[in-house]
Design a protein around this ligand. Structure first.
Ligand SMILES: Nc1nc2c(ncn2[C@@H]2O[C@H](COP(=O)(O)OP(=O)(O)O)[C@@H](O)[C@H]2O)c(=O)[nH]1
Ligand SMILES: [Mg+2]
Length: 459
């Protein structure tokens, strides 16, 4: 084992729960558990991967803290590859904290966020792409997102990247052999399969990168902003999409004064919908701040839903907003089509020729399926996402793959220009280094800190 200390944390959410778990990992885990657990048998002689009923006792005060089930898991077949003890207590915050404090008093150290998973990585049980997927699975908002993360946890990306690296190592060995025997240098590439093998590797990586656009949408969701002048039905649309009354709807313009964000599951893709205060100049200080937030959401969104009130003609404010969204990926939603329609739809079309026009009635909840379809079409070009296949969903992986492809392209160009094997070897080695970033063999401490800072304590 690489670590000389034992870490401990409450691994379940803080709050009331059916059970709560204190987890220990490290070479003192079993000794600490032995001092505080009273059940049948002593902890150090319990077989690995077994569960035992008993009490947690504060040995100094000789006081019972909780009735628990204790799980003993000995290295190396554990989450961290270290000795792990899990204490399942009643899920109350006081009892769990007192058990945790007791373990700290007996020599454990409070785990940092993600430290159990970090140890699993550093002790070589999983690679970095698997470790990163753990937090993605915990955070997944949809089944599709969970599925993509699970593929990574199971090592699909790790295996693909390892096999690419292996092929690069083989190619590199042959290229380097030619450096050592310069007399064969002249017609080295002549009749050799190496060039087509480099191209094949490049294409495999390109196939992976291509999945990233969808992968990231599944992981991060589509940030969608609803805009329009006051009273056109923005909040009503949010409520209709949610199927509940989340935002306050009134006939009074300016009812929504802040931005509201809600997650909606759109066929497996998380849609993060932001309802905004209406875009309208002037107003009091709260409205001005609302307007500022609306503009910021608009700038950051992947998709804009522009709502127009179909029961009236276009107003100057509508036209102003139309000009603001012209360059943005978006959909025009004509609301209130349950009323007589007075809006000049043809004119809207000519002002926003790139945008789809969808008729709805937020109040009667009609036209929503068309709208959902249009959202999928606009964001994904209508392509179906097969979340059961391997997909790159992490920007760090995406960047490393792109950099590896770039190096391989350079290698190919050097070969075609008749460059020296030394130069080609440099590019191949750079591609390998980039691929190694994904599995974490070559990452720095800083990158690890950054990745694991996003984890919860106890994971
Ligand atoms: N007839 C009709 N009225 C609607 C519809 N959607 C919203 N409204 C009404 O328009 C008013 C403003 O709605 P609201 O959602 O608060 O608009 P917002 O200011 O854009 O958020 C409310 O009185 C709603 O009941 C609709 O589809 N049809
Ligand atoms: Mg509103």
């Amino acid at each position: 084992m690489f670590f000389d200390d034992t870490i401990a944390a409450i691994s379940t959410p803080l709050g009331e729960g059916g059970i709560g778990i204190v987890r220990l990992s490290g070479h003192e885990a079993i000794a600490i558990a032995e001092e505080i657990f009273r059940g049948k048998g002593i902890v150090s002689s319990l077989p690995s991967h077994t569960i035992h009923y008993g009490r947690i006792i504060d040995p100094t005060a000789n006081k019972t803290l909780d009735q628990v089930l204790l799980t003993v898991m000995r290295a190396p077949r554990t989450y961290t590859k270290e000795d792990v003890v899990e204490i399942n207590g009643h899920g109350g915050i006081v009892a769990l904290r007192s058990i945790l404090e007791l373990t700290l008093r007996l020599g454990a150290r409070l785990a940092e966020p993600g430290e159990f998973t970090r140890r699993a990585f550093l002790n070589g049980r999983i690679d970095l792409s698997q470790a990163e997927a753990v937090i993605d699975l915990i955070r997944a908002q949809t089944e599709a997102g969970a599925m993509v993360a699970l593929h990574h946890i199971e090592g699909d990306l790790f295996r693909e990247v390892s096999s690419v690296r292996e092929e690069l190592i083989n190619i590199l060995a042959e290229v380097e052999a030619s450096i050592d025997f310069p007399e064969e240098d002249l017609d080295f590439w002549e009749g050799s399969e190496l060039l087509s093998r480099i191209i094949a590797v490049k294409e495999r990586l390109a196939g992976l990168v291509e999945t990233a656009r969808y992968g990231r949408i599944i992981r991060e969701g589509i940030s969608t902003v609803i805009i329009g002048r006051p009273n056109v039905g923005k909040s009503s649309l949010l409520n209709a999409l949610l199927g509940e009354d989340r935002a306050i709807v009134t006939p009074i313009p300016g009812t929504t004064r802040d931005t509201i964000e809600e997650a909606i599951n759109l066929r497996g893709i998380p849609l993060r919908v932001i309802d905004t205060a209406g875009l309208r100049p002037g107003g009091d200080i709260v409205e001005k701040e609302g307007l500022r937030r609306t503009k910021r959401s608009l700038e950051q969104a992947d998709l804009v839903l522009l709502i127009l009130d179909a029961s009236v003609q276009l107003t100057p404010d509508d036209r102003e907003i139309i000009s603001e969204v012209k360059e943005r990926k978006g959909i025009v939603v004509l609301n209130k089509t349950d009323c007589p329609v007075l809006i000049e739809a043809e004119e809207v079309k000519s002002l926003l020729p790139e945008h789809k026009l969808i008729n709805i009635s937020a109040i009667h909840r009609s036209g929503l399926d068309n709208l959902r379809e249009a959202i999928i079409q606009t964001v994904l070009g209508g392509e179906i996402i097969a979340s059961d296949s391997l997909m790159v969903s992490n920007i760090r992986h995406q960047q490393a793959l792109s950099a590896a492809i770039k190096s391989l392209k350079e290698a190919v160009a050097t070969v075609e220009a008749g460059g020296s094997p030394e130069l080609i070897a440099l590019d191949l080695r750079e591609a390998m280094d980039q691929a190694s970033l994904i599995s974490g063999e070559t990452v720095t401490e800083d990158i690890l800190d950054h990745i694991f800072a996003n984890f919860c304590i106890g994971k």
